[in-house]
Design a protein around this ligand. Structure first.
Ligand code: AMP
Length: 283
């Protein structure tokens, strides 16, 4: 595996491969890699000649300094994992390499998608995501980029960015990879204390029960039920639960037959924030 920290040699490598007619798959990550990340890489490897993974803990997408400082960094283990699965290139830029001297985000308009859910609770988050992903796209210039449905709102926002800026990059969403007990894999899970880790699968269990209720109950009734369920959980605090249209991410009151819906949830275990979502069936 080629390990690069600077854009120039990466761009030279990619230009050469593109001249040879090779396709490039790209997976941007913040590191502390787990099987969820690896599933995205495996999908990319099946469909592309070369796969580039980036690890960059992007300062501008964190609304809380504490969350940025405590974000797990495990470069050596990540490198080994990527070597083992024969990843072609790991791009590990410094903050200066991405932002030069000004660590600020650009302002994006994603047709209002940026103000819902994560955008409402994490001020400036999607401006940070948009800034770093656009910069990484400009550097890597991939044919296809892979994003997890774990961060479904992010996936929809990246699709919107590509469409609005006419980028010639295909965006592929990949299913959520879970622990055996249902907890969605996340780099943040390693920070959970033992009791919090034991309590955390309740999030997915509640999503599953909510999805079963969706055929017979109104969204507002399910919301009340979820809130009550979390009151019984001393180690978990519900930040939001909502049922929303997959395209607009608008919370719904009543269902329409030709629309696709998902339930979205954000929960705190202590000061660790966990998110998850589930696709809903009409009946
Ligand atoms: P992160 O390192 O958390 O920024 O994630 C990098 C990419 O991996 C994003 O596109 C995430 O949505 C995706 N990802 C993270 N966790 C999972 C998971 N459990 N299943 C599938 N994709 C995931």
């Amino acid at each position: 595996m080629i390990f690069l920290t600077e854009k120039a040699p990466l761009q030279a490598f990619i230009s050469e491969k593109k001249l040879q007619g090779k396709s490039i798959g790209f997976i941007p990550t913040m590191g502390a890699l787990h099987k969820g990340h690896l599933s995205l890489i495996a999908t990319a490897q099946k469909k592309n000649d070369f796969v580039v993974v980036s690890i960059f803990v992007n300062p501008t997408q964190f609304d809380k300094e504490e969350d940025l400082i405590n974000y797990p960094q495990t470069l050596n283990a990540d490198r080994k994992l990527l070597e083992n699965i024969s990843c072609d290139v790991l791009f590990y830029p410094s903050v200066e390499e991405i932002y030069q001297n000004t660590i600020t985000s650009k302002s994006f308009y994603f047709d209002g998608l940026e103000h819902k859910m994560e955008g409402k609770f994490r001020e400036g988050h999607f401006n940070g995501v948009g800034t770093v992903v656009k910069t990484l796209f400009e550097i890597v210039n991939p044919d296809v980029a892979y994003f997890g449905e774990k961060d479904f709102q992010q996936l929809q926002i990246i699709k919107k960015m590509v469409q609005k800026h006419n980028l010639k990059i295909q965006i592929e969403g990949c299913p959520i990879f879970r622990e055996k007990d249902g907890l969605a894999m996340s780099s943040r899970n390693v920070r959970l204390e033992k009791q919090q880790r034991k309590a955390a699968p309740f999030i997915y269990k509640t999503l599953l029960k909510a999805s079963k209720k969706f055929s017979e109950h109104k969204a507002s009734e399910i919301l009340i039920w979820v809130k009550e369920e979390f009151k019984k959980q001393p180690l978990l605090t519900l930040e939001y639960f909502t049922i929303a249209d997959e395209e607009t991410l608008e919370s719904i009151q009543t269902k329409e037959n030709n629309k696709n819906y998902r339930a979205f949830i954000a929960v705190f275990a202590g000061n660790i924030r966990l998110i998850d979502n589930i696709k809903l069936k009409h009946s």
